[in-house]
Design a binder for this molecule. Structure first.
Ligand code: PMV
Length: 345
């Protein structure tokens, strides 16, 4: 039981949103530090979120991790490892209670680990009074899940490969704010099953066995440059071309691993063709897809309704989730975490 003499609890809450890569990250240059073999560029979403409350408590003997109201045995190891890094930085040894909610399905190719680790690091940084810069938060979130480095920031974001062996320069930075080029994102859910081969295993297998691995590494700089220029110039066609290229190239590489990684189902491919047919007919839209079966369509807001209707009509598409571009990770009130379920999409 706490008394008025107890020190104030070290707690804080944060919200972060998933991001979707337009120029893909696939492969690691250092597995232990989670350093990417290539740089990547993403967009951070609005509407979909993770809200996380972290409380360091002298009464606890072990870390307690809850996701969506249930003890999260699967994710707890990675969460504890990330908390260890924060504890080491703060010079404390207190265990923590972590309560996290997602308003979208976990583990189905919607990058819940990106928003999850970005929210965790942002909340724990405040709880421990570390006062880390966004770049430092990005580097720490990266060690929980690579793509989490990007969810620290909103809008269009680049995560640098970096050169340093300690990864100090492998952080994300914002390229353009969401409000400066609003785009719409329609996520066609084609399966709610947890993916069969996780991204880390998929990347390792690809690097070890795909004959296209070296070509992938060599071409990434040019793709990043094209995407950067397209974003700076708000050139939708140019961005569409290089983003679809990066997505198909990542999958070509993974398909050629041994054994091959096939993240698509039939509906993913049908939805991909539907997006291409729309663009051929003059609708400003392109597709991307990650290590799972959901197909993401990115379009100008004026085309969002038409794209959503088209994806709904694709056989095998279970649901279409609409989002815009959103903000980076930020602190929220602890009361907003408990109220999380009310806003589930
Ligand atoms: O951050 P991870 O380990 O979940 O890997 C993400 C990999 C892709 O989503 C396929 C690509 C990317 O850049 O997000």
């Amino acid at each position: 039981m706490s008394t008025s003499a107890d020190p104030a609890p070290l707690s804080a809450a944060a919200q972060a949103q998933p991001n979707i890569a337009l120029i893909k990250y696939w492969g690691k240059r250092d597995a232990r530090l989670n350093l990417p073999a290539v740089g990547s560029i993403s967009i951070t979403l609005d509407r979909l979120w993770t809200r996380t409350c972290v409380r360091f408590d002298p009464q606890l003997a072990v870390d307690q991790v809850q996701l969506d109201g249930r003890t999260d045995a699967g994710g707890a190891t990675r969460v504890c490892a990330c908390l260890d890094l924060l504890r080491r930085r703060a010079g404390i040894d207190l265990r923590a209670r972590v309560e996290s909610w997602n308003n979208f399905p976990t583990g189905a190719g919607l990058a819940s680990s990106a928003s999850g680790f970005a929210a965790l690091v942002t909340a724990a940084d405040a709880a421990l009074g570390l006062g880390m810069s966004p770049a430092e938060c990005s580097a720490l979130a990266r060690q929980g899940s690579g793509s989490a480095a990007r969810s620290i920031f909103g809008g269009f974001v680049e995560w640098h490969r970096g050169q340093r062996p300690d990864g100090g320069d492998s952080v994300a930075e914002p390229l353009l704010a969401a409000a400066d080029w609003p785009l719409s994102v329609l996520v066609a859910i084609t399966s709610r099953a947890i993916k069969s081969v996780g991204s880390t295993e998929g990347m390792n297998r690809t690097a070890a066995s795909s004959p296209y691995w070296t070509a992938w590494l060599q071409a990434q700089m040019a793709d990043l440059a094209q995407a950067r220029a397209a974003i700076a110039g708000r050139d939708f066609e140019r961005l569409a071309e290089v983003a679809e290229h990066s997505c198909l190239k990542m999958h070509a590489l993974a398909l050629a691993a041994r054994p091959g990684l096939v993240y698509w189902n039939g509906a993913t491919v049908e939805a991909l063709h539907a997006v291409r047919a729309l663009r051929a007919g003059g609708v400003p839209v392109f597709f991307t897809n990650d290590a799972g079966p959901q197909l993401k369509a990115i379009c100008l807001p004026s085309a969002a309704e038409r794209v959503a209707r088209t994806l709904h009509a694709v056989p095998g598409v279970l649901e279409v989730v609409a989002a815009g571009l959103g903000e980076g990770a930020r602190l929220i009130g602890a009361d907003q975490v408990g109220a999380a379920r009310a806003g589930a999409v």
